[in-house]
Design a protein around this ligand. Sequence first.
Ligand code: LRH
Ligand code: MN
Ligand code: MN
Length: 429
Amino acid sequence: MTKPISDELIAEANARELVALEEDYTALGRKLARTGIDIDRVKDRIAGFSVAVPSWGAGRGGTRFAKFPIPGEPTNIHEKLEDCAVINQLSRLTPRVSPHFPWDKVSDYKALREEAADLGLGFDAVNSNTFQDQPGQAQTYATGSLSSTVEATRAQAVEHNIECIEIGRQLGSTDLTVWVGDGTNFPGQQDFARSLDRYLEAASEVYSALPDDWRMLLEHKMFEPAFYSTVINDWGSSILAAQELGPKAKCLVDLGHHAPNVNIEQIVARLHRFGKLGGFHFNDSKYGDDDLDSGSINPHQLFLVFNELVEAELNPREGFKPSYMIDQSHNVTDPIESMLSSAEAIGQCFAKALLVDRDALHAAQEANDTMMAFQALRRAYNVDVAPILAKARVEAGGAIDVLATYRASRWRDRKAQERKAVGLGAGIV
Ligand code: LRH
Ligand code: MN
Ligand code: MN
């Protein structure tokens, strides 16, 4: 196996932190034991937890105004995989990469899978792209894709999604994530009902091509690029479409794709209640689909989402198998550093949700003791769980201080010598 960062460097960095970590872990273990929690069991759950990283997040993002590349940025899927391997090697939380097509197109997917495996990585959900035109493409997506009024355009979008499934099979994926930007900018531009009819008919053709063990994850988004109406605009349209398509169709919740102030944790509980919670695109947002780093704006919301996920896992109803992915745009940071920090934030929220005294919470809920129900959540949220994550990491060969170790490795400087420079231009959506 190829390790991008040397084990010796990680071990040296860890040696400087180990005594302090043991002290902190022991102290936290004592504190948690007083409330009947075995810290090692929480640590074991963290050791078994993972979140996929997006191939497109490995490069510097940008806005529609500008992109500011950094030296050493990856320029193709091979270099992106290397950077993703660094994130996983240090964090031990991100063993899978979610690819996007045609952005990550190569000629040999079997070889790509082997290349990833050699770096200690597998592939997560494949993402199709029918929101941009590609050079040489027969039909334009200017009129939409799966919902376009143009039959040949819909057929092209269906074909692209089926090709993504085929690529995904070769990569070892079992989920196809479908986000369409289809929608309108003017009242009257399209008929709401007929647009959805066209989407459903085309999406059902994609659905029919899914292998038995695959899922189709429908990702809704309220607006952008369409600013008046979007075909799959919210979780309501998403779950209705998923119910119409069949049991393999589930809903994917991108945290930045909702109306401001929407109660996302309640949406999570609702989707789970009806067996339709398929997965997440984690990121954070202040205004819209900002794609900011997970937990950087509203870590409490992220905790509340994980609180619902822990509840859902305890009450599986029709199963519980959500895919966890990061979907961020790193405009002003080194993407590796952002994803290290984000994976940590996501893992911390999961750990905190595991600390909630569920018996106390449920008893308070039954007794209508509002304050004590809230305090059950508050107590868990207030715990600094960093030593649990660090301990799980170091036991799995990762770094105690992921960012300091990454900087000590001088990875980006070294890559700046080897990789060709990225061109200027607008970023991704
Ligand atoms: C759309 C989205 C979707 C795309 C990704 C690049 O805003 O969240 O998941 O595939 O961004
Ligand atoms: Mn997304
Ligand atoms: Mn988005």
